[in-house]
Each structure stands twice: as structure tokens, then as C-alpha cells.
Write a protein that binds this ligand. Structure first.
Ligand code: P6P
Length: 311
């Protein structure tokens, strides 16, 4: 039988001295919270939790009822397990300081919420740092996401490669389904919202996208970062959310979207850049700061950086 997440983490303690009991407990807690979220997502239409919560969050985005529910589930779980010293959520303006020492957790409780009401894959993204979340992403001790898709999958890295677990509906356990996720060196898919093409602030980016069309790449864009990054991680290619005239620093948030995804992509052999530097080298200045995101297979990311550098 495939290895359950809790057993996998216990087994990894031997190989990874930094994987202490607190971190193992925290990861199991986050996994358990996402199982509860998966249950709500699966039955959303029956629970009356579709649609807007009638509020706007710190991002200026309309909050969906499921966003709020997922946020409450994660915050309660992290508070109850007592192993998170800081809790940062996309849905909460300020960082919740619990104690000075321990593991700092940042998360997007339900990413891609504009897709909730149309039953398209959405996800939860998390990042874990020692003591404070306000450090370059290179220092993450763990990061991952759960994608609520045709199957619910937990994809994560502890700093030694990327593994994926699939939620088994019978046992209710996350079971190891992909012991080693490696990115293809090059793909055939590009993923960017081309509706914003004329707003992109870098002319080289338009030339790069046109060059991929010349090479017969296909476009896939779900509009949920978790779904677009999951496909890029497994199939290769490139995902881009660039700076544009409306979002001058891009739209995606550093601490709980760009950093965890960049950590996974690099751990799987890919690259993740802001266009000026590796995402994991950005020194955070604000809790909800945004960065441009260019991530995926090395070949495409390097090619993209060449084009935008020649602007
Ligand atoms: P756009 C979802 O709202 C999100 O934050 C990410 O999940 C996704 O990649 C992006 O926004 C989509 O933004 O402007 O293309 O709709």
C-alpha cells in the first residue's frame, strides 16, 4: 500500500535533521485542515457556500464564502496545534503573532477563488519559515500546495526534491503517489493571460510569447495559480504573471504564492524569476507585497529572460 503522509514524514526524520517533531506536527495539521477544506469544496453547492461573502479583502478582491471558510479552518487548525509562531493569510491584513520562536506559516487559503462557482480546480498554498515569514524564500523549510481537482493532491517540498500525495477517498489519507516530481527540461505549453498583452510593461515579453507561437507551443491558462503551476510542474513549459500597467509589481503575492511555488519549481529542477532576480532571493518588505512571476522549465525561463532583457 502507498505510504501515508504521516508515515512518510516520520521516515524522513532520519534523512533530514531539520525535520523536527514540531514541523512534522505542523505539516500533518495543515494536511488535515486541507482535507476539511476539500470536503467543503466538494459539496459547496449543497452547503450554500458558493458565491460572494459580500466583503472585500486586504487585496481589494471580493471575498468568496469558501475563501472565508477555508481561511477560518486553517487559522483554527494552526492556532490549536500550537506549533505556529506566526500566521499570515492572504485574507487577513496583519500577521498573527503567537510567539517569538517556532515556525512561521503563510498561506493562501483558497487560491483561484474566481473559479469556485464554475467548478474549476482551485487550491491552498502554504509556506513555512523558521521564526519569521519575512525572509527570502530561499530559507523556507517547507512549502507546498493542495490542488482540489479531479483528485485532491498535496504537492510539497522539504528542501530535498518534490513529492506528491493523493487523497484516498476510501481511507481519508494522503497517500504517496509521486515519490519524486522532476520538471521536464523543456515543455510545449505556455501559460499567461494574453488578454492583458497590451498592458504588459515589457515589449520583450510580447516578442517572447510570439516566439513560442512560432515554435508551435500551445496555450493553457486556467486562472488558478495552483492549477497552472501544477500543470507546469508535471508537464514542463512556462507560467507567467508579469508586471503590467495595472499591476505594476505583478498580481501574485510573494509570501504565500510566489515563494512557495518558486521553491517547488526549483526543487523539481526548474527556474523561477521576477524577471530581474530569482524569486527566492527577494527580501520581503511588506506582508502582502506582489512580485512578477516567471516560472517553469529552465529552457523557457532562460529564453524569456533573454527576450525581456533585450527590451
Ligand atoms: P487573472 C486567482 O485570483 C489569482 O490570484 C491566481 O490564482 C491566478 O493565477 C491569477 O489570480 C489570475 O489572475 O488576472 O489572469 O484573472
Amino acid at each position: 500500500m502507498a505510504v501515508p503522509l504521516s508515515v512518510y514524514l516520520f521516515q524522513k526524520k532520519e534523512e533530514m535533521e531539520w525535520l523536527d517533531d514540531e514541523l512534522i506536527l505542523l505539516l500533518n495539521e495543515i494536511a488535515t485542515a486541507t482535507k476539511e477544506i476539500a470536503g467543503k469544496v466538494r459539496k459547496a453547492g449543497l452547503l450554500g457556500v458558493l458565491g460572494s461573502a459580500g466583503k472585500v479583502n486586504v487585496q481589494g478582491e471580493e471575498v468568496q464564502k469558501l475563501d472565508e471558510l477555508a481561511n477560518e479552518i486553517l487559522i483554527e487548525s494552526l492556532k490549536n496545534c500550537g506549533k505556529a509562531c506566526q500566521i499570515t493569510s492572504e485574507e487577513v491584513e496583519d500577521c498573527l503573532i503567537v510567539s517569538e520562536k517556532g515556525y512561521a506559516v503563510a498561506f493562501d487559503p483558497l487560491d483561484g477563488s474566481s473559479n469556485i462557482d464554475v467548478n474549476v480546480s482551485i487550491g491552498t498554498i502554504f509556506s513555512i519559515q523558521k521564526d519569521s515569514i519575512m525572509k527570502p524564500g530561499r530559507e523556507q523549510v517547507a512549502a507546498g500546495y493542495v490542488i482540489y481537482g479531479p483528485s485532491t493532491m498535496l504537492v510539497m517540498s522539504l528542501g530535498r526534491g518534490v513529492v506528491a500525495f493523493t487523497l484516498d477517498p476510501e481511507s481519508g489519507n494522503y497517500l504517496l503517489s509521486h515519490p519524486e516530481v522532476k520538471m521536464p527540461e523543456k515543455g510545449k505549453i505556455y501559460s499567461i493571460n494574453e488578454a492583458n498583452r497590451n498592458k504588459w510593461t515589457n515589449e520583450g515579453l510580447r516578442r517572447f510569447v510570439d516566439s513560442l507561437k512560432e515554435e508551435k507551443y500551445t496555450l493553457r491558462y486556467v486562472g488558478s495559480m495552483v492549477a497552472d503551476v501544477h500543470r507546469t510542474l508535471f508537464k514542463g513549459g512556462i507560467f507567467i504573471y508579469p508586471a503590467d500597467k495595472k499591476n505594476t509589481s505583478g498580481k501574485l503575492r510573494l509570501l504565500y504564492e510566489a515563494n512557495p511555488m518558486a521553491f517547488l519549481i526549483e526543487q523539481a529542477g526548474g527556474m523561477a524569476s521576477t524577471g530581474e532576480k530569482p524569486i527566492l532571493e527577494v527580501v520581503p518588505k511588506e506582508l502582502h507585497q506582489r512580485v512578477p512571476v516567471i516560472l517553469g522549465s529552465k529552457w523557457e525561463v532562460e529564453k524569456c529572460l533573454e527576450f525581456i532583457g533585450q527590451e
